[in-house]
Design a protein around this ligand. Structure first.
Ligand SMILES: Nc1ncnc2c1ncn2[C@@H]1O[C@H](COP(=O)(O)OP(=O)(O)OP(=O)(O)O)[C@@H](O)[C@H]1O
Ligand SMILES: Nc1nc2c(c(=O)[nH]1)N=C(CO)CN2
Length: 209
């Protein structure tokens, strides 16, 4: 039995994101069954961190963030940008599709997301992580975590909120800036991310810079 952070909020977010056309949501359950075999870090590694204040860095980062509290990098891309600034994040939230190779050798906790459209890349990288706890978007088994949310960025914010953050500082969340690709699905994903960041802001103080 995995960890479900807030089942009703999960159902609400899923009702919204599963309307995005063209994605393999029926594969999410298969992904959730396979993901726990890659777990090599206990949940206590996550719970043992001080979550009271959290800084989340997303890939559209434009300037050096102020480091306040626990640092979460979104995707290998943000880990790489932060490393270049001399900042080591405590946690990386990723679905392994933006510079995943940068995660090899990283010694913090990777919250690696398995879903219906990424099992090839997930299996390719998850086994190479020093410390990984899988996240999934169907009912979890084993060590996996089922958080609400959808994109890596809003999922990171939800996880921080449920781990006990009082305040979350967010850098590089710029849904109107094109950073990796620009198509209808990507725009729909970022629209959903905006809705979910606003949902998190209902339960925790969220500052977006
Ligand atoms: N302008 C932006 N473009 C893309 N992602 C952004 C942007 N601003 C913030 N983000 C956040 O950073 C994350 C970057 O990850 P990435 O670009 O790999 O997208 P993704 O959600 O994994 O979708 P996909 O892999 O389909 O492009 C997003 O999930 C989103 O939460
Ligand atoms: N099935 C499926 N799930 C996802 C996908 C995706 O492309 N397909 N993308 C995500 C973040 O971008 C998160 N979850």
């Amino acid at each position: 039995m995995g960890l479900v952070l807030d089942p009703l909020e999960y159902e609400l977010t899923r009702a919204i994101y599963s309307r995005i056309p063209g994605l393999n949501f029926s594969g999410d359950a298969v992904a959730a069954r396979e993901a726990p075999q890659f777990c090599n870090s206990p949940l206590s590694d996550l719970r043992g961190l001080d979550w009271s204040e959290v800084t989340i860095v997303m890939p559209a980062l434009a300037e050096k963030p102020r480091q306040r509290g626990l640092i979460i990098a979104v995707e290998g891309r943000s880990l790489s940008i932060l490393s270049g600034m001399g900042i080591r994040p405590d946690v990386v939230v990723t679905d392994f599709d933006f510079e995943p190779e940068k995660l090899i050798g990283y010694d913090g906790v990777v919250l690696g997301h398995a879903h219906g459209d990424n099992m090839g890349i997930f299996k390719g990288y998850a086994g190479r992580m020093a410390r990984i706890i899988p996240t999934v978007q169907s009912w979890p088994t084993g060590c996996s975590i089922l958080p609400p949310g959808f994109t890596d960025g809003d999922r990171a914010a939800y996880i921080a909120a449920y781990m006990g953050a009082r305040i979350i500082h967010v850098y590089g969340f710029k849904p109107d800036v094109v950073i990796k690709r620009d198509d209808a699905v990507k725009r729909a994903k970022l629209d959903v991310a905006k809705i979910f960041m606003n949902r998190v802001a209902r339960i925790v103080d969220v500052k977006i810079y």
